[in-house]
Design a protein around this ligand. Structure first.
Ligand SMILES: Cc1cc2nc3c(=O)[nH]c(=O)nc-3n(C[C@H](O)[C@H](O)[C@H](O)COP(=O)(O)OP(=O)(O)OC[C@H]3O[C@@H](n4cnc5c(N)ncnc54)[C@H](O)[C@@H]3O)c2cc1C
Length: 383
């Protein structure tokens, strides 16, 4: 098993790291405090060609893979989880989904503006009464000639308050349960589409989260993504790569908190010595660095498998990566706050924000409990 990055991937990491440190980090505190979308960074990500990472050049993208996607998500996550999350909702949840499942005409219409950043994307599956049990969704799509009429709502949608184009899932044949779900590409201009509430959050505050409302919303039949009633396949096709990318984001958060704690531990003097000289602090730093290394291994192993198209094997690895890295991010950020003591609890240092951001990693994209259920299912059904 090779986990060596290519020269191109190393160069990509360097350029995203430089951009993140110089341009994203200075905004992290402000977008968190003001709960605002990082439009400056989004524009720059577009200029750098990082909004359509996996999209072939003919549709305006970079033609790269999931390893590159993870490198970007990780490096942005080191300095600002919100920027990484809002970019991921666009580049992975919306753009990569369209790249994987759309027909040529849909790709030609939607991918170029999404890749150049003139349109912002998102993906909507969650509803007020269906989260983990996502296929019990109620949003109804009824065929009316050459259109579908949608009624219902979606909640907790990343980029919901600012997005222009959404991949959404609705029931086209409710009596068929999971076999009656279809996916659609919906533009914010479609009649009957509106935005509901924008949520106030504990973390991920610079990644706006909102409600989408569909009141007799008319969606042209040509905007069906994949086949009618095969939406569950479209939905499942994205969950594993989303979980790998969330692993990269968790890894980034852990690294950011660790780097801050390590520097602080070397500089903070108590009892006449740097606190890094105390073995109880060293023990924390040792565990943090070990868990970060393991997060890196499982995340990039998953990314490499996704790049090789090992879809079936990815179910287990993606669940491992999502579960492990998110729980590590929670532990590492909590310990980082502890190492900084009272300063760790203040907004002058980024670790309190990182701890708040890390919590969502154990919830969004499938909770830790659901990842454990997937892992159990996979190991119990293995032949
Ligand atoms: C900031 C943020 C951004 C998000 N972005 C998006 C987005 O862009 N698009 C989108 O579609 N959704 C998004 N979500 C929704 C997210 O994916 C869901 O919140 C998540 O899947 C959990 O669903 P739920 O909140 O309804 O919790 P529930 O499913 O109601 O779960 C509540 C608790 O019960 C547990 N539980 C549920 N079922 C079981 C079971 N069978 N066994 C054991 N325990 C169980 C869960 O693990 C959890 O602890 C976002 C959420 C947040 C908070």
């Amino acid at each position: 098993m090779h986990l060596e990055f290519t020269e191109e991937q190393k160069m990509l990491r360097e350029s995203v790291k430089t951009f993140a440190e110089k341009e994203v980090a200075p905004l992290a505190y402000e977008i968190d405090r003001e709960e605002r979308f990082p439009s400056e960074s989004f524009k720059r990500l577009a200029e750098m060609g990082l909004l359509g990472v996996t999209v072939p050049a003919e549709y305006g993208g970079a033609g790269a893979g999931y390893t590159e996607m993870c490198i970007i998500g990780e490096e942005l996550g080191v300095v600002c989880c919100s920027t990484s999350a809002t970019w991921g909702a666009h580049a992975d949840l919306c753009v990569d989904n369209i790249r994987r499942n759309a027909n040529h005409a849909q790709k030609k219409k939607y991918l170029p503006p999404l890749c150049e950043g003139s349109r912002i994307g998102g993906l909507a599956m969650t509803e007020p009464s269906s989260g983990s049990d996502v296929l019990s969704m109620k949003l109804r799509a009824e065929r009316r000639g050459d259109s579908f009429r949608l009624n219902g709502s979606k909640i907790f949608i990343s980029n919901g308050p600012v997005g222009d184009i959404f991949v959404i899932y609705a029931k086209t044949a409710p009596e068929k349960g999971a076999h009656g779900v279809s996916a659609f590409i919906v533009e914010k201009e479609f009649p009957g589409f509106s935005r509901g509430k924008k949520f106030e959050k504990m973390g991920w505050r610079g990644s706006p989260t909102g409600e989408l409302v569909f009141a007799d919303c008319l969606v042209p039949a040509e905007n069906l993504l994949g086949e009618e009633n095969k939406g569950a396949d479209v939905l499942m096709s994205g969950l594993n790569t989303e979980r790998i990318l969330l692993g990269a984001l968790s890894l980034g958060i852990s690294r950011g908190a660790f780097e801050c704690a390590l520097k602080y531990a070397k500089e903070r003097i108590q009892f006449g010595k740097p606190i890094a000289a105390f073995q109880l602090i060293q023990s924390k730093l040792a565990d943090m660095s070990m868990e970060i290394e393991l997060s890196r291994l499982i995340t990039y192993r998953g990314a490499a498998m996704a790049d090789r198209g090992l879809t079936r094997e990815l179910n287990l690895i993606a669940a491992y990566a999502k579960l492990f890295t998110s729980e590590v991010a929670m532990r590492v950020t909590t310990e980082a706050v502890q190492i900084l003591g009272g300063y760790g609890y203040m907004k002058e240092f980024p670790v309190e924000r990182m701890m708040r951001d890390a919590k969502l990693q154990t919830i969004g994209g499938g909770t830790s409990e659901i990842q454990r259920l997937i892992i159990a299912r996979e190991i119990l059904s293995a032949k």
